[in-house]
Design a binder for this molecule. Structure first.
Ligand code: NAD
Length: 256
């Protein structure tokens, strides 16, 4: 039985994760980190704590769906108390990403801006299309619910990296995240990543390849957050016995 520590338990994904863990054989929730109190009831055998050290000691592996600042504190403590980590939090800044890389020298970490199988495959298809359709303009649109805090989504940024990699471009030099005013014509290499927010949309990503006379759009729509929580459980079961290192969702799904 793999003992899972849940970080971000009272969030939209965290709550579903706890339900999915209960319904999955071979795994159990052993500890939950809370800042104050847990706003729902949980089996009394689960350690509910705001002491990070105790939280980590009570589990075999952590699944994190929280916020960047919270993830940062988790990584800082994990460096002192190494533990396999599945990180799903998006919007990490450069310092937090570097911390994640440093921590992965001490423990196995799977970091995925999207835990779904469909998006993992979409990244492969985007790389392939970008490489094959060199003259096509690439534009990415993502849509999420009105409560989402980071923009563009981590998934859209990862897709833009796949698109840039397909052409040997540095995404940091070609990414555009807004157009307003008299900005002139589109530059050939630019890759736009635009964010729309509204209602309860779980997540929709479209990567378009546009040329004169034709275009292709590759789209993925998440219709349920269980896609992410179940994907994270699959990732945790895969990661648990791995060597220290930084792993991706493609590694876990063994996508060629
Ligand atoms: P949410 O706002 O509903 O939940 C955030 C959680 O973080 C809450 O439990 C909150 O209590 C906790 N938290 C906030 N600040 C904290 C702190 N300082 N210390 C400890 N805990 C703290 O968000 P959500 O919709 O559940 O999404 C959580 C994260 O997961 C976001 O970054 C989101 O973009 C990301 N996400 C990733 C995937 C994926 O597949 N990788 C899918 C969906 C969402």
């Amino acid at each position: 039985m793999i003992k899972i520590g849940v970080f971000g338990a009272s969030g939209r994904v965290g709550k579903l994760l706890i339900d999915d863990l209960k319904a999955t054989s071979g795994v159990s929730v052993s500890s939950v980190y809370v800042r104050n109190n847990l706003d729902f009831s949980i089996d009394p055998s689960v350690l509910v704590t705001s002491a990070m050290h105790s939280f980590l000691n009570a589990c075999d592996i952590v699944i994190d769906f929280s916020l960047p600042e919270a993830c940062e504190t988790l990584l800082e403590e994990a460096i002192r108390t190494p533990k396999p980590l599945v990180i799903g939090t998006t919007g990490l800044n450069t310092h937090q990403l570097n911390l994640l890389k440093d921590a992965s020298e001490l423990m196995p970490i799977l970091y995925a801006t999207n835990m779904s199988l469909g998006v993992a495959l979409l990244n492969k298809l985007v790389y392939q299309a970008s490489s094959a359709l060199k003259d096509f303009d690439i534009e990415i649109v993502e849509m999420h619910h009105k409560h989402k805090k980071d923009a563009p989504s981590g998934t859209a940024l990862t897709l833009s990296e796949s698109a840039a990699a397909g052409r040997g471009l540095d995404i940091n030099k070609v990414r555009v995240s807004g157009r307003d005013g008299n900005i002139g014509e589109r530059k050939k290499d630019e890759i736009a990543v635009m964010a729309l927010r509204g209602g309860d949309i779980v997540g929709r990503h479209t990567v378009g390849f546009y040329n004169d006379g034709e275009f292709i759009e590759l789209s993925h729509t998440a219709t349920s957050r269980n896609t992410f929580s179940k994907g994270a459980i699959r990732a945790a079961s895969w990661l648990i016995n791995k060597e220290a290192g930084l792993y991706s969702i493609s590694d876990c799904l063994e996508l060629e």
